[in-house]
Write a new protein. Sequence first.
Length: 201
Amino acid sequence: MKKWLLMALCLFAIGAQAVTLPQLQQRFSQQAVLRAEFEQQRSISGMARPLQSGGELLISQQKGLWWAQQRPFPLTLLLDDRRMVQTVAGQAPQVVTAENNPQMFQFNHLLSALFHADGQALEQNFTLQFSDLGDERWRLVLTPKTTPLDKLFTRITLNGARFLNTIDIDDKQNDATHIRFFNQRTEPATLTAEEQQRFAP
């Protein structure tokens, strides 16, 4: 009896740890604000050393995505439902909207879907392969199925647990990009006054 009880408890524990894509999406949807730091490494064919960059990001369910590269040079990307604004230090901001560049706007809008593990949005452009790796760890492999994404990327791989931890991008030019996220924080659950200014028009 004890043996069967122990086995049943083990099976229950294994089942309780399993992660599914809908559960992951629900978990991420409850993160009203996410703050993190990132390090990016891009390996380009023909270059002996990969390009390194790093900075911080801020994701607000209400306001959008703020991506601030701090090294090797300052670059800020702001993305919301209406526009994408890219600012490089010392230069005028470049603004992309759905009206003046729908293809670019659609591509950059996928960034939000990646960070929120939005299965419904991603399925429109990718074949999804989700894996539960145990201990709340998971992997989501995206294979492009629509143009122009299928002409640009071979696959995009997301790895994470409680948060999205890494993004690996393999493109058709045999280049590879690895982005690692760390120091993720969801508190405070609302934007500070300083953070609100980052999304100001």
